[in-house]
Design a protein around this ligand. Sequence first.
Ligand SMILES: C[S@@+](CC[C@H](N)C(=O)[O-])C[C@H]1O[C@@H](n2cnc3c(N)ncnc32)[C@H](O)[C@@H]1O
Length: 585
Amino acid sequence: MKLESIPLDKIQPHPDNPRLFLREDVVEALARQIEEQGFADYHALLVRPLNGFYQVAAGHHRLEAAKRAGLEKVPCWVKEMTDEEAFMELVLSNQQSELTPLERGKHAWEAVQKYNRNGITTSEYAKRVGVAHNTISVLIAAYEVYRECVTRVTHLDFLQATHLRVISGAERQDWPWLCEMAVTNELSTRVLEEAVAEAKKITVPPELSEWLDQTELRKQAAADLQRKTGDRWAGVIAKALECWKQLPEKAETWKIDEKTDSAVKETLLLRRIFIQKLKEKEISTQSGCEKVKLEIINDLEARARAYAAWQARKVSEAEAERQRLEEERRRLERAALLEPKVYYKSCLDMSEVSDESIDLIFADPPYGISDGGVTVKSGKLVSVDKGEWDRPENVPDPESWLKECYRVLKPGGSIYISGTMHNIFDVAAALRRTGFTIQNDIIWHKKNAPPLMARQDMYAPSHETIIFATKGARPNFFDYEGLKEANSGRQMTDVWEIPARSGSETIKGPDGMPVNPAQKPEALLERIISASSRPGDIVLDPFAGTGTTLAVAKRMGRPSIGYEIDQRMRSVIEARLDSVEAGAV
Ligand SMILES: C[S@@+](CC[C@H](N)C(=O)[O-])C[C@H]1O[C@@H](n2cnc3c(N)ncnc32)[C@H](O)[C@@H]1O
């Protein structure tokens, strides 16, 4: 090491001089001293030769003072040094000239950063500068805070290293606002320590970060030491996290759309909803968190109940619909079964009907009275003309159709044949010949029968005879009780008081006249069908006419078969049957 006088323009400050700024008062005092006494050799700078210049390792203040005092040269100790030696010299030779703790922290921090590879750890550094390891660590920590915040916090220099050391105990992201707070409020290190401790109580886990801003809460806690905001928020956060965990992440639910009456499947992200609600409602208490959790659970339960009710309603609606369809199917089946089968042909050949398949026959054959005679209608004398079918020459021999009736009737089946004196005796004789057993000759007394104006030498006819006969000695079925009930509790007699067909019941043609003057009143057929058949039994009418027997049988739940020779009756019968609702079988 040599002492040399070196021109000032050949001397350069060390770029890593730990001084954060030159002490103005120190530089000024030194400049005055140099002006008065000159630059003594024993104040020589310590420099190292570097790239044709001399780099200062110690004496930055003295160099600046010499410049101000107007010197051209200063005495320097010139020593060969490595970068590391020069860097370390910056602090070792500066120790007497009062580097601030922060400057020492800066030097230590940079030394460890730069020369760590050369073995300069914090403890090595502490050893080299002869300071306790702990002290160096504290100084480094303070400098780190300074370094982090110097560009962000105005007047950071107001803070002592002790403040910065306290702040270094907080999390890095909190350093700037803690510095700001310490500067603005001129906090003592004791209060700052409490503020850091209070702030550190608050940790917002990532699950809750959408709801709470950790930095904001920490600021609040640090600023509000009196109320122990940190403790309170720590409790709220713990509670919120507990509630958050208690909620399942997802729930599959159904939402009922009233408009379309449909259920729409929805996946609810319960934990997300929880956080959103906390945020929306600005919840800040433990009970608030619990309340929001329960709200979510209640809502889920309400949805489940609404869906169950909707489903139950749907099931019962579906069941009602199923029953309706089933009922409709049965009705159609019944209607199909009960839809009378009508053959528009002569009943002398009923080969379409199987032997012994019929339960009840009602026959209303032509009487053969349309023979040119006269009768009175509406007070006028008119010729008796029921139609072609009633002309004597068109009236079939009773035995011819009774044989077919006997063939198709079940053993024990019943047959009723209506007629007047013009044909009923022939019928009775034919019945016997055919093998039937006559049970009764019923007098159907027509109370409202018209008087016989044409003749005053005989009685006015006011009845028809209905022969009740069976295939075999006794009928299979005879509704004794039902008939008794219909006869006011007394056994039904063979004289029936049933009014003749009313005007409203009469089926009329386009000319306003009855299409068949012999159309029987439905009440008469109701009596016969209920007396001698059960629902489901098959009824046959060989002389269907307007279809009275078939219509009543359908309504009373009895399948039926009809024969009618007059083709014009087809539309009459079809229209009549269409208007009848099939009864229960
Ligand atoms: C007294 S009317 C029946 C009226 C019927 N009971 C009603 O209430 O309308 C007799 C019917 O038998 C029909 N007829 C006559 N001879 C027939 C035959 N051989 N086969 C089938 N029908 C016949 C006639 O055309 C006539 O419509």
